[in-house]
Structures are given as C-alpha cells and as structure tokens.
Design a binder for this molecule. Structure first.
Ligand code: HEC
Length: 108
C-alpha cells in the first residue's frame, strides 16, 4: 500500500470529492435526483422527513432539504446506519453505499 499513497490525493483532486471516505463511481457522479435521490428518499425517508412530519427539522423530499442535511445524511444513512430507525423499511448495504456515493460525488 505504501507505494500507492500518491494515488489518493490525485483521485480526490480528479473527481473533486468533498467526502474522502467515499470512492466515487461512475454511477455516483452521473445519477440524477429523479433517477436515484427522489425514489430513495421517498421509499426510506420521506415518511418522517417530509412536508407533514419533519423530524429534527430535516426535510428529504426536496433538493434544497437534501442539500442542507447532506453531510448528516451521508453519515447517518450512507456510511453509517443510524437512519432510518430500526422499525422502518431498511435500505440494503448496497443502497446505503450508493447513497453515500451519490451525495458525495454527484448529488441532487
Ligand atoms: C420512522 C421515522 C424515520 C424515518 C423513516 C427516517 N428518520 Fe431520520 N430521523 C427520525 C427521528 C425521530 C429523528 C430525530 C432523532 C433524534 O432526535 O436524535 C431523525 C433524525 C434524522 C437526521 C438528523 C440527525 C441529527 O442528529 O440532527 C437525519 C440527517 C436523518 N434523520 C436522516 C434520515 C434519512 C436519510 C432517512 C432515510 C434513509 C431517515 N432519516 C429516515 C425519524 C426517521
């Protein structure tokens, strides 16, 4: 690994990632809100983070709401698994990785 150390800053510069823990894939950088963000949030998050109920003031039914909470969403539902709460419909590991990828490398 030692000889590969130069690679990380080069990759980060090349893709302009603002969350270095996440590796950007082609899908992460090209998927649109309509293709990924909107359906993901609608399925897993909007019941508690939408216009009728906005837990902790977090809104995930709009682009501006997602952008406002982006860092926390990556931490709590992408790289971490605090959200959604355990009694809810839970995204797969692959979907969580895709969420982190999308928000960190492309996003709405
Ligand atoms: C069943 C309801 C429910 C669902 C579904 C849900 N959340 Fe939450 N969410 C909550 C509650 C309740 C809180 C406030 C928790 C607290 O006060 O610590 C919260 C808080 C948050 C916060 C703010 C955390 C903070 O510390 O300020 C974020 C970000 C978040 N949720 C993201 C998501 C994402 C992303 C999803 C979908 C993947 C999701 N939530 C799905 C109920 C939900």
């Amino acid at each position: 690994m030692k000889g590969m150390r130069w690679l990380l800053p080069v990759v980060l510069l090349a893709v302009g990632c603002n969350a270095p823990v996440v590796e950007c894939s082609d899908a992460g950088t090209t998927l649109t809100y309509a293709e990924f963000g909107q359906p993901f949030m609608a399925k897993y998050c909007v019941s508690c983070h939408g216009s009728t109920l906005a837990e902790k003031g977090v809104r995930l039914d709009t682009v501006s709401g997602i952008e406002r909470s982006k860092g926390e969403v990556v931490d709590q539902a992408g790289t971490g698994a605090q959200m959604p709460p355990s009694e809810s419909l839970i995204p797969t590991t692959a979907e969580r990785a895709q969420l982190a990828d999308w928000l960190s490398c492309g996003g709405p």
